[in-house]
Design a binder for this molecule. Structure first.
Ligand code: GDD
Ligand code: MG
Length: 348
């Protein structure tokens, strides 16, 4: 089986983190995000992954290379963003796609049963089968009501007003080649707004998926996915966590500090005496001084937090920024890469 992974979005909602690292390879629980997706695809028999990239694509190729275990990885790079369906047409026109293939949104962490989805697709003779997952708040997703036999009755992409069902598009499709010819070539095309709505009644089915699923595309959900991985709420091949449920990368110096619960430290971080880091993510090479408090925050690569500073819940500090001594970054604040928060300042 072959899978095309859509990994060309700009990751706007994850800024400032995605200003320096493309979303598909943003470290999640210490690993490039897409490696979780590649593991999952591999478990379901995918032997060939095609990564569809645009924005910062070199970064993705440099991190993931051309192999993941026994799976091969190919890249299709677009010069202009082609939306979600346009890249599939591009891959087809380059002769890369088989008669049947999977398409995945490249920002979901999930263990849903792709094998069962493919089996249902075969049984119904569908042209396209979409994995659907139940969520509490449907407003930022594609809502997909279906008939009892699984046929899709409507595709409502982020439409306002009350939703007819809590089943949303999980961004995991099984497609037949006949769907590709519905995608106009050489322009941006959306599966959700153009292709799927035009296929209602023409072989478009939903597969009721169960299991874990989350779109990591906002800071809140990125942290939620981190905690869920640390707590084993999603199947993964993560190394064992320490007694506080945390993962501390190689070369970290943290003696004298309290790390955890539920934190991730990348490689070569240091946290000084009497400092506390809890429910937070530190990417590589972060230095936290002494008597600091970092709670529920994300510190990107190379951030410096000087003595006595605080970084509060849901604050995101961009790569290479400095939070100078005694300053405080209030809850929900985003600090741009390279910025310096002055000593004693309070930013919100
Ligand atoms: N190659 C390429 N080119 N990929 C793109 C482009 C593009 O122009 N635009 C978006 N993508 C990729 C993103 O990187 C992401 O992996 C995926 O396509 C979906 O785009 P998002 O921007 O993350 O969409 P969304 O999260 O708002 O909505 C989509 O996902 C929801 C589930 O998370 C839709 O498919 C919804 O229907 C769905 O419910
Ligand atoms: Mg998304």
């Amino acid at each position: 089986m072959q899978a095309l992974v859509l990994a060309g979005g700009e990751g706007t909602r994850l800024r400032p983190l995605t200003l320096s690292v493309p979303k598909p390879v943003m470290p999640l629980a210490g690993r490039p995000f897409l490696t979780f997706m590649l593991d999952w695809l591999s478990e379901h028999g995918v032997e060939e992954a095609i990564l569809s990239c645009g924005f910062l694509s070199d970064g993705v190729e440099k991190v993931l290379g051309h192999r993941h275990g026994s799976m091969t990885i190919e890249y299709v790079v677009e010069s202009e963003p082609l939306g979600t369906a346009g890249p599939v047409r591009l891959a087809h026109d380059r002769g890369l796609l088989a008669d049947r293939f999977l398409v995945l949104n490249g920002d979901a962490l999930t263990d849903l049963d792709l094998t069962a989805e493919i089996a249902q697709h075969e049984r119904t003779g569908a042209a396209a089968t979409l994995a659907l997952i139940a969520v509490d708040d449907t407003s930022s997703y594609g809502v997909v009501p279906t008939a009892a036999d699984g046929r899709v009755e409507a595709f409502l992409e982020k439409s306002p007003g009350p939703a007819p069902t809590n089943r949303i598009n999980a961004g995991a499709y099984v497609l037949e080649r006949e769907v590709v010819v519905r995608i106009p070539p050489e322009r941006a095309v959306s599966f959700e707004r153009e292709v799927f709505p035009s296929m209602i009644g023409e072989g478009l089915y939903g597969y009721m998926a169960a299991g874990y699923w989350i779109d990591i595309g906002t800071p809140e959900r990125y942290l939620e996915a981190t905690y869920d991985l640390l707590a084993d709420r999603v199947r993964s091949t993560l190394p064992p966590r320490d007694e506080t449920g945390s993962l501390v990368g190689e070369g970290c110096i943290t003696s004298g500090a309290r790390i955890g619960p539920m934190s991730v430290l990348g490689r070569h971080c240091s946290v000084g005496d009497e400092s506390v880091v809890e429910r937070s993510v530190l990417l590589d090479d972060v230095r936290v001084g002494s008597e600091c408090v970092v709670t529920g925050a994300v510190l990107a690569e190379g951030v410096r937090v000087e003595d006595g500073a605080r970084v509060d819940e849901m604050a995101i500090v961009g790569a290479g920024a400095t939070v100078a001594s005694g300053s405080r970054v209030a809850a929900g604040t985003r600090i741009e890469p390279g910025v310096r928060v002055d000593a004693g300042a309070r930013v919100r």
